[in-house]
Design a binder for this molecule. Sequence first.
Ligand SMILES: Cc1cc2nc3c(=O)[nH]c(=O)nc-3n(C[C@H](O)[C@H](O)[C@H](O)COP(=O)(O)OP(=O)(O)OC[C@H]3O[C@@H](n4cnc5c(N)ncnc54)[C@H](O)[C@@H]3O)c2cc1C
Ligand code: SF4
Length: 477
Amino acid sequence: MAKQPMLKFVTVGRDMPEKRAADARAHDFQEIYAEFAERKAEEQAGRCSQCGVPYCQSHCPLHNNIPDWLKLTAEGRLEEAYEVSQATNTFPEICGRICPQDRLCEGNCVIEQSGHGTVTIGAVEKYITDTAWEEGWVKPLTPAQERPESVGIIGAGPGGLAAADVLRRAGVQVTVYDRYDRAGGLMTYGIPGFKLEKPVVMRRNEQLEAGGVTFRLNCAVGEDISFEQIREEHDAVIIATGVYKSRELQGPGAGAQGIVRAIDFLTASNRAVNFGDSVPEFESGELNAEGKRVVVIGGGDTAMDCVRTSIRQGATSVKCLYRRDRHNMPGSQREVANAEEEGVEFEWLTAPKGFKGDPVNAVVVQKMRLGQPDATGRQSPEVIEGADYDEPADLVIKALGFEPEELPKLWGADGLEVTRWGTVKADFGSGETSIPGVYAVGDIVRGASLVVWAIRDGRDCASAVLDRFAATAVAAE
Ligand SMILES: Cc1cc2nc3c(=O)[nH]c(=O)nc-3n(C[C@H](O)[C@H](O)[C@H](O)COP(=O)(O)OP(=O)(O)OC[C@H]3O[C@@H](n4cnc5c(N)ncnc54)[C@H](O)[C@@H]3O)c2cc1C
Ligand code: SF4
């Protein structure tokens, strides 16, 4: 009888791929986790308990068929595992690297609930697809037949690219417009290389281009081309522009030199370090932490990326101010632990009151405590009077979150309805907006969210666009 490859969670402990030592990884921008060796991946996949109702799957935004691809991996049937995995996910190797698995699939793994430690789902997903690329199993994007309809996609982030992939595979003529010079959105210029190495993103861009997707880069809609023109050129338009307006700091001195936005800091670092681009603000030191006392303000994933980037750039000290405590921060606990190992100091329950010097030389910090829960159930931070102190700083990075740009105004698109938060009003499921034939996906609909949700939206929206084309074709017959 064949050996049972699954249900090994009782005898085999949870194991992640090897993590590079903090002092070695804190000096470069390479990813910090190694790849599983083949035997290890099989062994870890074999810990899955093959639940009848897999909570991991229902908590994955893409409803990935996780138990099936874990079983195939445990049986050494890796190419089949890849086929199952890629059937629901456009970029499995990217999600395997950067999904906050502790809040999604792995956080709902049943064997985790029973105290055995979750199956390392993300690491196995990454292993399967990285192997598929190495072995040549990732098929080129070749539509069975060309179709006459064309779709214009504004924004080459994961939402736009996931939609482009589905539409192009169906033979639709796809043009993606982006104001940056490279495709990938925040996967290219926001998320640092130590979480997601750039060749992983670039090879997906190349695959789409080789499959016939037209990219019009360095093309800002609203400036280089009008929204109306794009609507005229295509049978449908998908807005996938993300959210880029940074929330600003208040208080005396908030406009001083040396106080910079997280997105500018991270983009400069990604360009200069990962792509070798010439970035004057990085070279001049304006957007470079080298030799500086850095204070990052915020407690989300962007703040975590800023503190860890500062360490790698050679800051003399890196402190993170967050107005709630560790337990109540929005960022991933795994990333906080990584940051602490690399030398970042967290000052919980603190908020900036003002800034000294121009260029800045200190943050005036007020201490906070957690008060009564607010309407959302979260405890609101309250100021402790008379406990202020000065935190020396040469570079202050604002990582307080992002809001949508005012698209209707910027694009002269009065008919495009937005919510009171400025996000585009779109049907969850199809992405249809208030303008017929115009759809929207990803962060511009949800507000700042996750890559995996943008992929889900892009895929769903592309299916809805294809349904619309099919209905129009039937009506014309
Ligand atoms: C620093 C940082 C770290 C993050 N880390 C993670 C993580 O670890 N895991 C995770 O899941 N998520 C992470 N996220 C969130 C994730 O990156 C986003 O949720 C996701 O990229 C949203 O995808 P999108 O396609 O909606 O938009 P984006 O990725 O923002 O792409 C939008 C694209 O539209 C283009 N664009 C905008 N306006 C125009 C215009 N007028 N004309 C032409 N082009 C335009 C932009 O140039 C951009 O390329 C992080 C975000 C940030 C900022
Ligand atoms: S896509 Fe993200 S949530 Fe879904 S299985 Fe992969 S790592 Fe987990």
